[in-house]
Design a protein around this ligand. Structure first.
Ligand SMILES: [Zn+2]
Length: 103
């Protein structure tokens, strides 16, 4: 992603991550695939600082989950994250209406 585009889309990417973390526990590689599906190509080096930032803000909380020899860090939305998503949805709705309202 070009630098300017990344700035433009950074909020959308965060909302996207938050949305999925409200649905189910997410992990780094899974969310990279999910975002790629939507046309956002993020490297792990870009994604992890975003996840850490969301966790530091208090929107996500993470824990290492082990299955057999494998372990991965899973992120879930906190109550504060859910509240933030609900508020953001209103703002997205408003922007959406403006972007797509007819002539
Ligand atoms: Zn998605």
């Amino acid at each position: 992603m070009v630098r300017m585009d990344r700035e433009l889309y950074s909020g959308l990417i965060r909302l996207h991550i938050l949305y999925h973390a409200c649905q189910e526990p997410i992990f780094g590689l899974g969310i990279i695939d999910e975002l790629a599906r939507h046309g956002y190509k993020l490297s792990a080096g870009t994604l992890y600082p975003i996840l850490h930032g969301l966790e530091r803000t208090g929107y996500l909380r993470s824990a290492v989950r082990r299955s057999g020899r494998q372990s991965r860090r899973e992120y879930r939305a906190t109550p504060m994250g859910r509240k933030a998503l609900t508020a953001a949805k209103e703002k997205v709705r408003e922007l959406f209406g403006e972007l797509f309202e007819e002539g």
